[in-house]
Write a protein that binds this ligand. Sequence first.
Ligand SMILES: [Zn+2]
Length: 82
Amino acid sequence: MTASTATTPRPTVALRATGTTVVAEVLDSTAHDDGEGFSHELTLWIPSGSGFEVHHRCGHYSGEQRLMVLVDPVVRTWAVVH
Ligand SMILES: [Zn+2]
């Protein structure tokens, strides 16, 4: 029998624990009519570390200039907060 210690393995999806919320700038957006509505191809600039650019396909976008993004700057894992 092994005792349970405080050492727990890092879960793969640890973004909510390790990530920080930043405001990403929408550099570019292209609307696609996919029949049932529009989706948007977004180019975002994430100002984390030295900053980096990502692409996000989105059905929730409605013209915002900035979007909240949850990001882990170390591994550059990110997720748009909607
Ligand atoms: Zn989105």
